[in-house]
Design a protein around this ligand. Structure first.
Ligand SMILES: [Fe+2]
Length: 593
């Protein structure tokens, strides 16, 4: 039986195909259209999904859509009415698309897919909850979902048992932890729904100077983690911006202009909202533990991508373990609604071993075989050498040690926002120059942004203060004491971005200014080639950590096809590209027309 899950029309449209409960494909539309966070109907991803899986839409037994469009529309109308006549401009801007497309999902799916069978619409937070629990390795667990907003819910929790997810409570719009974070993303001059990661990365450069101001004025948090926001400070209900004049007055000025210089104020604001978020997540998790008594917790929703908060939650020991859906944002809703249909709607049984999740390392997207890659390179006349399977780990390990920057394009593309060794750019974590080189010459992005490590799963605790795997780069932990480098008194006194130029550990390229790292542990079962390469690097150079950043340049989605990969390799100062068994050396490439 085939079930197709779709998420669309908010952010990060995606598709997922489930065959008899087995997730066989999942991908985001942005990778095909090359428009970051593309929210349009994911027709390209759907087509590729069906081709890759060798079926046509006629074979689909069910299609699931990740939210209830009419309920969402009701929320939008009610909000506009509550604020009318304020908000008329954004109302007039939003309505045509709702009336033309967003309300008629059923008809759209039927038309685009030539599909006549049943279509199911679970609620937005049910899709998140299903993506968190059903894909997790647990037979029984609590779940907590936190995002900007779906229909009405912005936060919910409950219990997952076997093939059923049960909601226990929710917090509703306009009170939203995701929107609070997004408001600060906007105010600090970053793009809402994508710059949140930058705010989190900026936080360690600042001090929590505004934390009390936030807690006293913007949000009232109860001991159980529930909260109410003072909507006077925000503008997202009726306006086209996130924050209101009152907000700007409270924090002493208008929002930072995008791309203008970052100041200590933005860093302090980032640190403050990050600490408030962590505090609320911990309070909520404590409440969920008390109410459910479960040993494990599953997380999804955009806020669950806040890996610093996740790391603190794990460290708190409130739950024996936590599992976070790697596609925690709305893309994961496509996977959640498909799994919801298989387990909860169709009542199929679900058996787990409490260790292996259902995500297959989240390598669920399209892949390109050697013959496809070779004919692409030949057709374009791009010079390459072909390595055999055994030569790849050896050669790449040597190139890394030589401080080369390498594009690594292998196997099925990752589902979710992180690159995990299928579409990655890699380099030597021991190099003190690597962070600067990669930020400025490869990614063309802000120099403050940290890079993440890929580490052999067996060695994760040798480098980091963590006692378990972190396969999806969703947990942050500190570098171990013995790997840190002592700092001089002068270095210790550095402020703000000055902190960036100090090598803080044996692996400075992946050590953030607060000694933390956003870890990806690499597992032999889910990514054997990447693991072999790390093992070879360890064998030859006595280090099992490398830098891993997503294979894209700033503002673009992660590469999908060999052509995307070549273009990105060529346009940046990347030194080598390994695609399948084919190694390309930048110095041998001819200028592109
Ligand atoms: Fe969501």
């Amino acid at each position: 039986m085939y079930i197709l899950g779709i998420s669309a029309f908010y952010h990060d449209s995606a598709v997922c195909l489930v065959e008899d409960g087995n997730i066989i494909f999942a991908a985001q539309e942005e990778r095909y259209t090359r428009e970051k966070h593309d929210s349009s109907f994911p027709i390209n991803a759907i087509r590729d999904c069906l081709i890759n899986s060798g079926i046509t839409a006629k074979k689909l037994d069910y299609v699931a859509f990740y939210d209830k469009p009419f309920l969402k529309f009701e929320r939008i109308l009610e909000t506009y009415l509550a604020y009318a006549p304020l908000g008329i401009r954004s109302f007039l801007m939003a309505m045509p698309l709702w009336i033309r497309k967003k309300l008629w999902i059923k008809e759209l799916i039927r038309k685009e897919l030539h599909y006549d069978n049943i279509i199911i619409f679970p609620e937005h937070h049910m899709s998140h909850a299903a993506s968190a629990f059903f894909a997790s390795p647990y037979q029984e667990a609590a779940f907590l979902t936190m995002d900007g907003v779906g229909e009405w819910a912005t936060t919910s929790y409950g219990i997952g048992k076997g093939n059923e997810v049960q909601m226990l409570a929710e917090i509703q719009f306009p009170h939203s932890l995701g929107l609070l974070y997004s408001a600060f993303t906007y105010y600090t001059g970053f793009r809402v729904n994508s710059g949140e990661y930058k705010v989190m990365g900026l936080a360690p450069y600042g001090e929590p100077k505004y934390k009390d101001l936030i807690l006293e004025n913007l949000i009232d948090v109860k001991d159980d983690g529930s909260f109410k926001m003072n909507i006077d400070y925000f503008n997202y209900c009726a306006g086209l911006t996130m924050t209101s004049r009152k907000f700007h007055k409270l924090f002493g000025g208008p929002p930072r202009k995008p791309e203008s210089n970052l100041t200590q104020k933005e860093m302090d604001l980032a640190r403050s909202v990050q600490e408030v978020t962590e505090e609320i997540v911990l309070k909520m998790a404590r409440h969920v533990k008390k109410e459910t008594g479960m040993d494990y917790l599953c997380l999804a929703g955009g806020v669950a991508l806040n890996c610093v908060a996740n790391g603190k939650l794990l460290k708190s020991g409130l739950f024996d373990d936590i599992w976070i859906q790697p596609a925690a944002g709305d893309a994961g809703g496509a996977l959640g609604c498909a799994l919801f249909t298989w387990y909860q709607y169709l009542e199929n049984s679900r058996n787990v071993d409490n260790q292996t999740d259902f995500m297959k390392g989240t390598y669920l997207g399209p892949q390109f075989q050697n013959d496809t890659i070779e004919s692409f390179l030949n057709q374009k006349n791009y010079p390459y050498i072909k390595l055999n399977d055994r030569e790849i780990p050896d050669k790449i390990a040597d190139l890394i040690a030589d401080e080369k920057v390498i594009g690594w394009f292998q196997g099925q593309m990752e589902f979710g926002p992180r690159a995990l060794g299928a579409r990655s750019i890699i380099g030597d974590a021991r190099s003190s120059q690597m962070q600067k080189t990669m930020n400025l010459k490869i990614k063309y992005r802000e120099s403050f942004r940290p890079f993440a490590p890929s580490v052999m799963a067996e060695h994760v605790s040798d480098y980091f203060e963590i006692d378990r795997e972190s396969p999806y780069m969703l947990l942050v932990a500190n570098i171990r004491e013995e790997k840190k480098k002592p700092m001089t008194e002068e270095e210790n006194s550095y402020f703000g971005l000055e902190k960036l130029n100090v090598a803080r550990s044996e692996v400075p390229a992946i050590t953030h200014v607060d000694y933390s790292a956003r870890i990806q542990s690499v597992n032999q079962e889910t990514n054997p080639l990447y693991h072999q390469m790390l093992a070879k690097f360890y064998e030859k150079y006595d280090c099992s950590v490398i830098v891993n950043t997503s294979f894209n340049v700033r503002g673009e989605p992660i590469v999908c096809t060999p052509e995307d990969a070549y273009t990105c390799f060529f346009r940046t100062e990347m030194d080598y590209l390994i695609m399948g068994n084919y190694l390309l050396d930048k110095t041998e490439q001819q200028p592109m027309k």
